[in-house]
Write a protein that binds this ligand. Structure first.
Ligand code: ADP
Ligand code: MG
Ligand code: MG
Length: 251
């Protein structure tokens, strides 16, 4: 499904290598976690996959279901089924949350050659999904993320994901800034979307999110590379010993 081969990325503005040969394959139905110290390139990987400007791919490839992601515009990647939940969700003043969601859902349907969702069906669906994430009607009416708390912003990211039903979901430190209750809501939202046809890449600095979203595979990223891959026990090793032991072992 998601296949990344020997991906090398530099900053466009200055000569700085950030990703130095990332290899990763996420199969349908699987949850892969990427852990790693701050500054190791986790967010950069998610940005490059989703097409953020400012990064230059100097080598390697990334594809979704065999389609070259790196050749596509950001909206084409979304239409192909890629979704990124941001580490720092942006506020969009002047754009109502409902309007935003409906526009995004319809853009994706259009790209797939499907009809627009009816106003009634959309309302029913968004209300049901918002309810499970404890997002109230007022939050749906307000501009996207404006004045939302950290936890509300993250839950709103998961609502977007639930509405778009992507093939490949990337969650960049969705747990940062969440209290235990909000983390449970977010995790339940993610777990509800797990199915045989959908892949997840869960990026997290800490192990605690992985108590709730059980990964199939855990990767450790350091200095622009995946330096170790294992099962859920690898996350526990990080929890108990930090990154120092693993980094020393692979050095
Ligand atoms: P992580 O998400 O693992 O904490 P990042 O991908 O955010 O790491 O950053 C990796 C490295 O690249 C860091 O040293 C960071 O400072 C640098 N970096 C990433 N994007 C930029 C940018 N746009 N401008 C300057 N430095 C950047
Ligand atoms: Mg960071
Ligand atoms: Mg980051």
């Amino acid at each position: 499904m998601l296949e990344i081969k020997d991906l090398h990325v530099e900053l466009e503005e200055e000569e700085k290598k950030i990703l130095k040969g990332v290899n990763l394959t996420v199969e349908p139905g699987k949850v892969h976690a990427i852990m790693g110290p701050n500054g190791s390139g986790k967010s950069t990987l998610s940005y490059v996959l989703s097409g953020k400007e400012g990064y230059e791919v100097t080598g390697g490839s990334a594809s979704l279901d065999g389609e070259d992601l790196l050749e596509m515009e950001t909206e084409e990647r979304a239409a192909a089924g890629l979704f990124l939940a941001f580490q720092y969700p942006v506020e969009i003043p002047g754009v109502g949350n409902m309007t935003f969601l409906r526009t995004a859902v319809n853009a994706q349907r259009k790209a797939r050659g499907e009809d627009e969702i009816s106003a009634g069906d959309f309302l029913k669906e968004v209300r049901a999904k918002a309810k499970t994430l404890k997002i109230d009607a007022d939050m749906l009416k307000r501009p996207v993320n404006v004045g939302f708390s950290g936890g509300e912003k993250k839950r709103n990211e998961i609502l977007q994901m639930a509405m778009l039903e992507p093939k490949m979901c990337i969650l960049d430190e969705t747990d940062s800034g969440l209290d235990v209750d909000a983390m449970k809501l977010v995790s339940e939202g993610v777990n509800a979307l797990r199915d045989a046809g959908r892949g997840f890449l869960v990026i997290t600095h800490y192990q605690r999110l992985l108590d709730h979203i059980k990964p199939d595979v855990v990767h450790i990223m350091a200095d622009g590379r995946i330096v170790k891959t294992g099962g859920p026990e690898l996350a526990l090793e990080v929890e108990n010993n930090g990154y120092a032991d693993i980094l020393a072992e692979v050095a």
